[in-house]
Unconditional design. Structure first.
Ligand code: MLT
Length: 306
């Protein structure tokens, strides 16, 4: 009987599925790297979210491991080349949290445009600062989407419903798909220069790291707003801070940071920045979906090799 280790907090649905399929599932969360290395050799499968770091050292100790399943999208916590070299398949669940993450990006866009977190804190403090919180409308604004895949395309549909004009940069977006979505496919430079609000929905790779760096930010419209619910390294935080201080960038809404957990970030404490602690996938619906999907995918792989 195959054995799976669930080393991050997943919905109990995952364990139920493993057990129904005749797979032994042990849930051991919060393991140190040493503890994980000490036990990983017993397992055929590993189910994770983002907390478990699957390093070369973990893989070297994983003598029986056949599959790693990430309940979520990003596999940046897995050394994928090392896994591939060891013959371990790495799978993710690209669809399960797409709606939830897209909704978070839309919520962050509104929160930034209307300063909702700041106004909420002020109102709770009994200040009634009605004239302090002047916002901007989203309707009629140009939304630039960098990465128009599973999540970006849902953001596009929602934004069109809000009467925004949507332009998208994505080398993998076909002209037909862009037309179906009602977005204008543009190159990156065009997007950077035309957008009133830029939202990122692309993975972090060597090509996308720092895609919004000092040079890109300098070419944006004055008063642009930036939303990042994808990965921290996509935006150069020092350059963003400088541009917020100079007023070139009017505001930013950030769910992700270059270093996570982010406890001491240069952007913290700025009035023009709205932050959340990587909550993009944090809804009960999304967590149920990704747990179910990852358990089914790992089970299928271990039981049928499919
Ligand atoms: C993902 O990659 O699925 C999201 O960033 C959510 C997460 O890491 O929890």
């Amino acid at each position: 009987m195959p054995k799976v280790l669930v080393s991050d907090k997943l919905s109990p649905t995952a364990v139920e599925i493993f057990r129904e399929r005749g797979i032994t599932a042990d849930v051991k969360t919060g393991l140190t790297p040493e503890e994980l290395i000490a036990i990983i050799g017993e397992y055929d499968g590993l189910a994770i979210r983002s907390a478990t770091k699957v390093t070369k050292a973990v893989l070297a100790a994983a003598s029986n491991l056949k599959v790693i399943g990430r309940a979520g999208i990003g596999v940046d916590n897995v050394d994928v080349p090392a896994a591939t070299q060891s013959g371990v398949v790495v799978m993710n669940t690209p669809y399960g949290n797409a709606i939830t993450t897209a909704e978070h990006a839309i919520a962050m866009m509104f929160a930034q445009a209307r300063q909702i977190p700041q106004a909420n804190a002020s109102t709770h403090a009994g200040k009634w600062e009605k004239s302090k919180f002047m916002g901007v409308e989203l309707s009629g604004k140009v939304l630039g989407i960098i990465g128009c895949g599973n999540i970006g395309s849902i953001v596009a549909e929602r934004a069109i419903g809000l009467r925004m004009r949507v332009i998208a940069y994505d080398p993998f977006l076909s002209p037909e798909r862009a037309t179906d979505l009602g977005v204008e496919k543009v190159d990156l430079d065009d997007l950077i220069q035309r957008a009133d609000i830029i939202t990122l929905h692309t993975p972090l790779t060597d090509k996308t790291r720092g895609i919004l760096n000092a040079d890109a930010i300098a070419r944006m419209k004055k008063g642009v707003r930036i939303v990042n619910c994808a990965r921290g390294g996509l935006v150069d935080e020092a350059a963003l801070k400088a541009a917020l201080e100079s007023g070139h960038v009017a505001g930013a809404a950030l769910d992700v940071f270059a270093e996570e957990p982010a406890r001491d970030n240069p952007l913290f404490g700025m009035d023009t920045v709205v932050c959340t602690p990587h909550l993009g996938a944090s809804t009960s619906e999304a967590q149920e979906n990704v747990a179910l999907q990852v358990a089914e995918q790992i089970s299928d792989f271990l039981l049928t090799g499919a």
